[in-house]
Design a protein around this ligand. Structure first.
Ligand code: AMP
Length: 601
């Protein structure tokens, strides 16, 4: 068996250690932004984004900008400069006036989009405020329509901003706050004249903030000419987060990545992890694969609504979410102390993205870990990152199925002394003595069997190949005849009226059943999902009242309609429905999703 064989099946769903709810109280610390005098709506946006204390550049720049002063900031990407100018910019804008009042110039289309997105996220709770990005290489129409609808904040590349000015689709006479972001880069790219021209078309009384990684003479000239008595602030390049994160890489061919990822997650000590992927589609796919494996995972990409994003960040923070799969853009600004591990599912294209990604861990003075998966031919991309971050990454081995089992059992064994101390073991001692007295097994053999049962696998590497999760082998004809898997002792099998065709997945089913039935996650056992229904094992028996309440709960827009499972020929169902059920069982279209723990058995 190779190292990259899939992970063994994991812990018993009834494991008392399966985390099911908040594990840590939220810290009651004051938010460091309180001292900055931001308007209330922006203050709550900062909270929602999970920023707990201002970064040095924010601490230095925000007060002066809120006072109306011009500011020159020497700061690189990753220092939090966007919020340093974005928050004061929004504070200067009157949302009831539908004219351009805030203008940010940025050297590239990517940066313009990123900055516009960041400012939108700061403005999420300011009603009636629109932020748009304008850049070259994309049609004028949508940008013009957004401008004519009265966006108050425009983030653009100098060339396209000039074009809109010439077409009279962008007027700058109401601009109160202008920003030159990455000014050195704009000059290097030959935008000096455009920048001059744009600034001279904005009102003289407007405020100006200039951010730049370096301060060549040309930038000083812009400052002298267009700024009034600017306040100078600067921060040294970000190094602290990067150095507090233990970084490594592993060579993993693409088709083995989901399996490798699952094993990395199964052996981590981290409370929560972020997995970075490049595209929205990959975020959804990887997220779904992890959920199929029983991890409590969610994915977000750049186009997720602010509300959903806040909800997901909240779940990461309170411990009800273990793994977040995210694109670079979606994870901007994410600041959650619990994140102890970052996995780069692929190599980030830009070293800056790498620094940003790994900066999601090791926060608030904690240590963090980051592992980057690279393909066999991607060493060059790795070298770029190493050069840019001035460090070499250690090569790591992806945990093998053996490592996963070992980790799980060790975690259990580590709890043995404490459990022994708690006592009340007389009954078990007696039963074990009786069993051993039968003479069928040595004590050490019995202990090994009990260990395997506790860890919940059949020994390392017993799972089918990774491809199981692509659906190909899911339809592999192993569907149960009759009422699905035999319920474990003490469990009753129930049938619910949602299945694959309704997009049902184990976490949403568990959520609906526990939420409406007042059950604990531990009461929900094995879930087998079929085409248009699913079978769920539940500890004990549900009362009429619980059946009624769970039956009304909805998953994928459909009521659960829960009822005791009576097998394929059982009564109570209309013939058509029953036949459907039979057909999907014959196809063997099933997923057995045991709920698993994360890093712990
Ligand atoms: P920037 O330098 O503006 O590109 O920001 C780098 C990253 O840090 C972005 O993902 C920001 O959202 C995030 N960030 C900015 N300010 C803070 C803060 N005060 N606390 C935590 N994260 C922040």
């Amino acid at each position: 068996m190779t190292d990259l064989a899939p992970a063994p099946d994991t812990a018993d769903p009834q494991s008392p250690d399966t985390p099911t709810g908040p594990a840590e109280a939220a810290p009651a610390a004051r938010n460091g932004f309180d001292a900055l005098d931001l308007p209330e709506a922006l203050r709550s946006a900062v909270d929602a984004l999970g920023f707990t204390s201002p970064s040095p550049i924010q601490e230095q720049a925000i007060p002066s900008l809120l006072e109306g002063r011009d500011v020159i900031g020497v700061a690189q990407t990753g220092t939090g400069k966007t919020a340093a100018f974005g928050l004061p910019l929004l504070a200067a804008v009157d949302p009831s006036v539908r004219e351009v009042q805030g203008l940010v110039l940025a050297p590239t289309r990517e940066l313009a989009m990123q900055v516009a997105e960041a400012i939108s996220s700061f403005a999420a709770s300011v009603g009636g405020l629109d932020v748009i990005a304008v850049y070259g290489g994309s049609p004028y129409g949508p940008q013009e329509r957004a401008l004519s609808r009265g966006a108050q904040v425009v983030v653009g590349t100098p060339g396209r901003v000039m074009d809109h000015m010439r077409r009279a689709t962008l007027k700058l006479d109401m601009v109160r706050f202008a920003v030159l972001d990455e000014a050195d880069e704009m000059l290097r790219m030959g935008f000096a004249e455009d920048v001059e021209e744009i600034l001279s078309h904005s009102p003289a009384a407007r405020q100006l903030a200039l951010f730049s990684a370096t301060m060549p003479p040309a930038i000083r000239r812009v400052a002298t000419e267009h700024m009034k008595d600017p306040v100078r602030v600067s921060v040294s390049p970000q190094s602290s987060t990067v150095s507090s994160v233990k970084q490594s890489y592993a060579v993993v061919p693409f088709r083995h990545r989901t399996g490798a990822l699952a094993r990395v997650l199964a052996t981590t000590e981290a409370k929560a992890a972020i997995v970075f992927v490049r595209t929205r589609a990959a975020a959804e796919e990887v997220g779904a694969a992890l959920i199929e494996r029983g991890l409590i995972a969610a994915s977000i990409s750049g186009d997720v609504a602010q509300k959903d994003r806040e909800r997901i960040v909240g779940r990461l923070r309170d411990g009800s979410l273990q793994v977040l799969v995210a694109t670079d853009v979606a994870a901007r600004g994410l600041d959650v102390d619990r994140i102890g591990l970052v996995v780069n599912f692929d190599v980030p294209r830009e070293p800056e993205a790498y620094v940003h990604r790994i900066g999601r861990t090791g926060r608030a003075g904690r240590s963090g870990e980051a592992i980057t998966f690279i393909g066999p031919h991607e060493r060059r991309a790795l070298k770029n990152i190493e050069r840019a971050t001035k460090q070499t990454l250690a090569e790591a081995e992806v945990p093998s199925p053996r490592d996963v089992s070992r980790h799980r059992l060790r975690t259990v064994l580590a709890q043995v002394p404490e459990r022994a101390q708690r006592g009340r073991l007389e009954l078990y001692r007696e039963l074990i003595a009786e069993f051993l007295a039968e003479g069928t097994m040595e004590a050490s053999e019995l202990a090994a069997v009990l260990a395997a049962m506790t860890v919940g696998d059949d020994g390392p590497g017993t799972r089918p190949e990774d491809e199981e999760f692509t659906g190909a082998t899911l339809a592999g004809g192993q569907g149960p005849r009759g009422g699905g898997p035999k319920p474990e002792h003490g469990y009753t099998s129930y049938r619910i009226g949602v299945g694959h065709s309704h997009g049902a997945r184990p976490p949403s089913i568990v959520g609906a059943i526990t939420g409406e039935g007042g059950l604990d996650g531990k009461d929900v056992g094995k879930i087998s999902i079929f085409g248009n229904f699913a079978l769920v094992q539940i500890r004990g028996e549900l009362t009429e009242d619980q059946l009624a309440r769970i039956g009304r709960a909805r998953v994928g827009g459909r009521a659960l309609r829960i009822a005791p499972d009576t097998g394929p020929r059982g009564g109570g169902k209309g013939p058509a429905q029953r036949r459907d059920g039979d057909r999907s069982r014959r196809r063997g279209d099933r997923v057995d999703a045991k709920r698993k723990s994360f890093g712990r058995p």
